[in-house]
Design a protein around this ligand. Structure first.
Ligand code: F6P
Length: 470
């Protein structure tokens, strides 16, 4: 990335904006700041354009450590963290982005009682506007004439429109990493809020989605609620797994060690059904457990012969509904282990602590991978497992995951709400012949890696730059 000095002189040529940035800070006991670098599609995408591309990543300060880093003037080259006040950020991120927009796009409300759009909602919405405004201003300040700006996700829906007002010369893109809600569900939002969200997005020159299904849902909402799309172009870019990274990383010593530990816990000769998720409401972990219990009822021959390895890593723990969900995952697991477990066999191995090396170990040894979200923008676990699997793995996949559109043919497809069907799918996965499993895994892996993160990012950048100025 270009040095901060260069960019100050001429402005950044490529800008990425997202709530969560590539680095986070922690204040240590001795008062020093410790930086932690994150991974993911955007990180490898941006690195693909090289250090001299004049790129800048604008993100929010999320923690006290991040805010302290900004206050002390500590930062990474090519990253600008916005010191949004903690209360404004909490209202925008927890209150609006994660409790309203995430729920709308993933169909998560229990509608007899929620949502309730009251005065508190309006107060939080004002914070969402302020938070989007802070991003738009920072981007307007940092961008070179005619630069390309790639705004990410539902946190920043208003940014394209706001930025267009400030800097009509820029090429503005927005990418949705989530599904988009169907018209009737999007219609739950108050009319003026719907309008503001759609007009905010339509301020972009180009809008990217993970699948055609989500792109179509967005255009349907525009037709219904905003009249038309205007000049905004719509693109579909199905982010794939990073094969080179995963293959190398999954064969390091720490992964081998975790695999040995896991094998010891699972027990000699037993089959495995593996799931790895954030403990996210949309991931459907509880119905996954219920389906596993159903499998043990329908096919008692699997008792003592299979283990469900469930990794459910903490996520969004500021929200009570996420904490309650985690409690429910624990409760159902304990219930199954108490009802079916024997002295030598624990039916469900649940682990709630994030450990990437252990996840890769589980991917490598899985006989069946269970990916059954209620609704998911893509779901990269479904794409990563076939890439690193040692001996082939059957994939049980929800038809509501974006990945279904690319992997559906070689997966065992389920309706995520249908626990009986999911139990049958688990049985089918466990009994699939090794040759068929290996063949399917090969095809799944090829489909999963068709669009690696670097190309995913460059394709969007190129498409944005090629647009005729409006
Ligand atoms: O899927 C949408 C998304 O914003 C992803 O880009 C990200 O991996 C995930 O949600 C995590 O969300 P959070 O930043 O709230 O942990």
């Amino acid at each position: 990335m270009a040095s901060t000095h260069d960019m100050a002189a001429r402005g950044a040529e490529v800008l990425v904006a997202s709530n969560r940035g590539p680095v986070s800070y922690e204040v240590r006991e001795d008062g020093s700041l410790h930086a932690k670098r994150g991974g993911g599609g955007l990180v490898s995408g941006l690195s693909a354009i090289g250090p001299d591309a004049g790129a800048l990543w604008v993100c929010a300060a999320l923690s006290d450590g991040d805010r302290e880093a900004v206050a002390r003037g500590v930062g990474e080259e090519g990253v600008r963290m916005l010191p949004i006040p903690a209360d404004v950020h909490a209202d925008a991120y927890n209150g609006i982005a994660n409790s309203v927009l995430w729920f709308i796009h993933h169909l998560l409300y229990q509608t007899p009682l929620e949502p309730v759009f009251d005065a508190e909602f309006r107060r939080q919405w004002a914070s969402y506007e302020a938070y989007n405004g802070a991003f738009a201003e920072a981007l307007a300040e940092e961008a070179a004439e005619g630069a390309a700006v790639l705004v990410q996700d539902y946190h920043l829906c208003l940014v394209p429109g706001m930025l267009r007002e400030l800097r009509p010369d820029l090429r503005i893109g927005h990418f949705s990493h989530t599904p988009w809600a169907p018209v009737d569900y999007f219609g739950i939002l108050p009319g003026d809020i719907r309008e503001q969200l759609l007009q905010g997005m339509l301020g972009a020159d180009r809008l990217g989605f993970l699948t055609r299904r989500w792109a179509n849902a967005f255009t349907a909402c525009c037709t219904e609620f905003a009249g038309e799309l205007g000049k905004t172009q719509i693109g579909v870019h199905g982010l794939g797994a990073d094969a080179d990274f995963l293959r190398e990383r999954s064969h390091r010593l720490d992964v081998d060690e975790r695999m040995a530990d896991l094998r010891a816990q699972i027990g000699e000769g037993r089959r495995t059904i593996v799931r790895v998720d954030r403990t996210e409401l949309s991931k459907n972990i509880v119905r996954g457990l219920l389906a596993y219990r159903q499998l043990l009822d329908d096919h008692p021959e699997w008792r003592e012969r299979v283990v469900h390895v469930a990794f459910a890593y903490p996520s969004r723990q500021d929200l009570a509904v996420y904490r309650d969900y985690m409690t429910e995952v624990r409760r159902v697991t304990e219930e199954i282990n108490a009802a079916y477990g024997t002295p030598g066999w624990t039916p469900v191995l649940l682990n709630l602590e994030d450990d990437f090396a252990r996840s890769l170990g589980a991917y490598r040894l899985a006989d069946v991978a269970l990916v059954n979200p209620i609704r998911d923008g893509m779901n990269l676990v479904a794409k990563e497992v076939p890439v690193v699997s040692d001996e082939g793995c059957a994939l049980v996949l929800s038809r509501e995951a974006g990945a279904y559109w690319e992997l559906g043919e070689d997966a065992i497809v389920v309706n995520p709400y249908d626990v009986l069907e999911t139990a049958r799918a688990l049985h089918e996965g466990l009994t699939m012949k090794p040759e068929e499993r290996a063949e399917r895994t090969k095809r799944l892996s090829a489909a999963a890696t068709a669009l690696p993160p670097a190309k995913w990012f460059l394709d969007q950048l190129t498409a944005l730059r090629e647009l005729q100025p409006t």
